[in-house]
Design a protein around this ligand. Structure first.
Ligand SMILES: [Zn+2]
Length: 152
């Protein structure tokens, strides 16, 4: 269904299946969220359900941008419900990962990528087939082209 960045297939593929089931559809933003969650957990050296992990997601609270929240939640098990994830209204998409107020890592969607996706979604009603295509691109794009990671 989705092609993946080389060497990262297994983990992301399993996760995306869960994320899509939870979220209800496949699109680029839920994929981006899942990748952000995986990167954050990896960079923090935290396990997926580290009790101490807290995440602040900065995004617009409107679809399709807010779809990243579900990807991050499934990837990290930090959710709005367990209060380990909170949302701040913002124009881009950034997630800040913290453990015990010490270590901090910020994962940001590259502004150029974000602008391209934003313009696409704001200018037209994107059909399902194209949503899946964009999801595939989001899954396979090299990490350093897609994200800016700070504090690692
Ligand atoms: Zn969505």
């Amino acid at each position: 269904m989705v092609a993946f960045e080389k060497g990262k297939k297994g983990e992301l593929e399993t996760l995306l299946r869960k994320a899509v089931e939870f979220h209800g559809h496949l699109g680029p933003f839920v994929v981006i969220g899942a990748r952000m969650g995986l990167i954050g957990v990896r960079e923090m050296g935290a396990k997926r359900n580290d009790e101490e992990l807290r995440i602040t997601v900065c995004s617009k609270y409107s679809v399709p941008f807010s779809c990243v929240i579900d990807g991050i939640q499934v990837a990290t098990r930090c959710t709005m419900g367990n209060k380990k994830l909170r949302l701040k209204n913002s124009s881009g998409i950034t997630a800040r990962f913290e453990v015990r107020n010490e270590k901090q890592v910020t994962v940001k969607v590259h502004p150029a990528i974000f602008e391209r996706l934003k313009n696409k979604f704001l200018s037209e009603n994107v059909p399902t087939s194209e949503m899946h295509e964009l999801a595939q691109i989001a899954a396979s794009m090299p990490e350093d082209e897609m994200f800016i990671i700070e504090g690692k």
